[in-house]
Design a protein around this ligand. Structure first.
Ligand code: SF4
Length: 681
């Protein structure tokens, strides 16, 4: 469409750089993208765009794009091949491996920035082949923070829209560097502040969000759960809990209260480092506010495990005070990647089918099999990314298909991924660029940039929006959904993959996922799309969940005691500092072992003991390796705690490669380190 244009057009676009789902206009002239324009009428960003959003056009004409399928030759180099050859080769290897070793020798991996339609056909192909070995690498980079909410509330999703933060009278933020990582929707918090809301932040590192904080609790790393335990003990003690809500809408309160009674505020103080009086004060602020919201993320603490404990306690606190199902309330688990929510909804998970259907649910399992015109679907839980990497020991995975996933550069356990890629007989990578992961592939398929794709994205607030094609795909490139359908057809699933367009795939998604049932292409193409659950074609969507009942089996919000475990290494004489990780705008990530100087934040007291000055060079050693860094002396971090961007040091992070079973995120534990001056200052 775009390449035939002769005059300036403005095409409605969705920013796919993060999970907020902002809208903007892309200006196209004679088939070429020329500029972007602000979309003031968009319900999320009201015309605002952050730095990343403003640079959304940068990738479209990137000179390093791959435009042709590539096949590895015997000498290890790649040669360009036709699509037909590439697809035939992939199908024949997949067929051969599945026949010889069984379907569980196949594994499928993607990341959280594809369209829902791409995810849908990808997982459908894996399951029709007979395996649930399918995962999203982004979930293991901190995008699964809200998963555990499904156990308490029913949906693994945010409860209220971002704009509703403006209606909160108290906002409690933990684990989120909100202002840096969600700059556009921060304006809803400023709006709440202007109306008199109290904002509380609890983190081990001082966030930039301090500008709107009324209270800041600098907790010991990873102790959100005991902090909230302390708050809940005080709320119950002072009878500030919402007895009516608990009685009418929840289950499990008595057992929960009994468990909580085994602890004490003194223990919370000891674990978090926050005085009891301060814990009590913030507890009262949250509980007595007419409407209070909880924001939870893993911007600063993706590495300390306890994801489930933190998420469950956020739900417990909201249930205790009845801060759910109304404007200004809710729990906001924040993901980073643009289509984290959609990938989960579409069944990119070794544990659930599309629509978050557990593999054990026989009735729904049978229904999906029927719609997909197959006798049965695999019931055995598949392998998550960490489990795939562990399976390298006995070489269980023989073929691996990565759709726009680059775990070698983005996942914390790069060494484990390398072993997986090297130990797998046949690797396919579909990507726009020759990434580090792609260099290990046998076949590389070019992927489209966001501006060449069409399909839907589900933002972090469950808003399903249509991305129109802005420019025509480059010659020799094919949309991702079409590539998967062609491979699946070659594998014998002709009828199941006869889709003619992303719209046709969305129609099947709507038939299969009840929450997406009312989402026709025409409806989601309107600016702002529709927020699911949207069960019927005329339903307006559901911005606020749980107004009347929860989506748990009995319709009640479930109190689940959160079990906090102190994990990771303890400081020793040799390794006196605790190395903490996270996202920071000041320090770009870089690969471990590259000897590139990165920024390490350190308290002034610690800098004196080394001794090193601001801007000085240091070498950080953990039990697993070392990295060089430039010192930034700051009160952002507590004494004996240092902070560094996690991608820079991912191999130093943790000796373990396990997954928190409910959050389905890596349990990477606190590492300890020694720091020595390595430069002049
Ligand atoms: S906040 Fe996210 S969605 Fe919005 S403009 Fe920035 S990167 Fe894009």
């Amino acid at each position: 469409m775009a390449d035939k244009m002769t005059s300036l057009h403005e095409i409605e676009s969705v920013c796919t750089s993060c999970a907020e789902g902002c809208g903007f206009y892309t200006q196209v002239e004679q088939g070429k993208v020329t500029n972007l324009d602000y979309m003031k009428e968009h319900p999320v960003n009201k015309g605002g765009l952050c730095l990343k959003g403003n640079r959304a056009l940068d990738t479209i004409y990137h000179p390093n794009r791959i435009y042709s399928p590539l096949e590895r030759k015997e000498d290890g180099t790649f040669e360009a091949v036709s699509w037909d050859q590439a697809i035939t080769t992939i199908a024949s290897h997949v067929k051969r491996i599945a026949k010889k070793h069984g379907p569980d020798a196949l594994a499928f991996l993607t990341a959280a920035h594809c369209t829902n339609e791409e995810y849908y056909v990808f997982q459908k192909c894996a399951r029709l082949l007979g395996t649930n070995n399918i995962d999203c690498s982004s979930f293991h980079e901190g995008n699964g923070t809200g998963r555990a909410l499904a156990y308490s509330l029913g949906n693994a999703a945010i409860t209220n829209p971002f704009s509703d933060l403006a209606n909160a009278q108290c906002i409690f933020i933990t684990g989120s560097n909100f202002l840096d990582n969600h700059p556009v929707v921060s304006h809803w918090i400023f709006e709440a502040k202007a109306k008199g809301a109290t904002v509380i932040c609890a983190d081990h590192r001082r966030p930039s969000s301090l500008v709107f904080c009324d209270r800041f609790l600098q907790i010991q790393p990873g102790t959100q759960a005991p902090l909230i335990d302390g708050m809940m003990m005080h709320i119950i003690e002072k009878k500030l809990h919402n007895e009516h809500f608990i009685g009418e809408r929840t289950s499990g309160f008595e057992a929960f209260q009994k468990e909580l009674g085994k602890q004490s505020l003194k223990v919370s103080e000891k674990l978090t480092g926050i005085p009891v009086a301060q814990i009590k004060e913030v507890a009262e602020l949250y509980a007595t506010a007419p409407a209070a919201a909880l924001i939870q993320a893993v911007d600063f603490s993706p590495l300390y495990g306890n994801h489930t404990a933190t998420a469950l306690n956020c739900a417990n606190l909201a249930l205790l005070c009845g801060h759910l199902g109304r404007p200004g309330t809710g729990v906001f688990p924040l993901a980073q990647s643009s289509n984290s929510q959609g990938s989960y909804d579409m069944g990119i998970s070794p544990q659930t089918l599309p629509g978050n259907v557990p593999l054990k649910d026989q009735a729904q399992h049978t229904g999906i099999a029927k719609l997909w015109k197959t006798r049965d679907l695999p019931k055995k839980e598949g392998l998550s990314l960490p489990a795939m990497t562990r399976a390298t020991k006995n070489r269980r995975i023989k073929a691996l298909y990565l759709m726009e996933s680059n775990p070698l550069e983005h996942w914390m356990h790069a060494d484990h991924v390398k072993k997986l890629l090297k130990g797998t007989e046949f690797v396919v990578v579909q990507d726009c660029f020759l990434t580090e992961t792609a260099k290990h592939a046998d076949i590389i398929l070019p992927a489209l940039s966001w501006a060449e794709k069409t399909g839907t994205y589900t933002s972090g607030e469950r808003r399903v929006q249509w991305q129109s094609r802005i420019v025509s795909p480059q010659e020799h490139t094919i949309p991702g959904w079409q590539v998967i359908c062609s491979i699946a057809q070659k594998l014998g699933f002709k009828n199941q993959f006869s889709f003619s367009s992303p719209e046709a795939i969305l129609k099947e998604i709507s038939r299969l996922i009840p929450d997406y049932a009312g989402l026709s292409p025409a409806r989601v193409k309107k600016i702002g799309g529709i927020t699911y659950p949207c069960p019927t074609p005329k339903h307006p969507g559901t911005p606020i969940l749980y107004a009347e009942q929860f989506t748990t089996p009995d319709g009640r919000g479930k109190f689940i005691p959160a079990v906090y475990e102190k994990k990771g290494e303890n400081p020793t004489k040799k390794y006196p500092f605790r190395l903490t990780f996270g996202k920071s705008v000041t320090s770009p990530g870089t690969s471990a072992g590259e000897e590139t100087s990165i920024l390490v934040e350190m308290n002034a007291k610690d800098a004196k003991t080394i001794p090193v000055q601001h801007g000085g060079e240091v070498k950080i050693d953990t039990k697993r390796g070392s990295v060089k860094a430039t010192v930034s002396i700051t009160e952002n971090v507590l004494p004996e705690v240092v902070f560094i961007p996690y991608l820079a040091t991912r191999d130093l992070a943790s000796p373990r490669n396990t997954v928190d079973p409910r959050a389905i995120m890596p349990e990477l534990n606190t590492a300890v380190c020694q720091i020595k001056k390595s430069g002049g200052k």
